[in-house]
Design a binder for this molecule. Structure first.
Ligand SMILES: [Zn+2]
Length: 77
């Protein structure tokens, strides 16, 4: 699976997690998958509202460890 495909899949999974949280416990944070596209296996704890605002801004969910300029390196393809 390419990094791009993996991030797309993880985005879909996160959307499902969000739907579940939103309809169940909207005031509690949930664990979303890091959408960096690598096999980092990290989870990102976000409130449903925080996730919604990331989506609204077109920002991917990224763990703190996966944030940063190195992600923009062309080698990641
Ligand atoms: Zn990551």
């Amino acid at each position: 699976m390419s990094p791009g495909q993996r991030s797309l899949l993880f985005r879909e999974v996160n959307d499902r997690i969000y739907d579940l949280l939103e309809s169940g416990e909207p005031d509690l944070p949930g664990e979303f998958l890091c959408e960096c596209g690598r096999e980092c296996g990290r989870r990102v704890e976000l409130l449903p509202a925080e996730f919604a605002s990331l989506r609204g801004a077109g920002e991917p969910v990224r763990s703190a460890e996966c944030e940063g300029p190195r992600l923009l390196a062309p080698a990641l393809g």
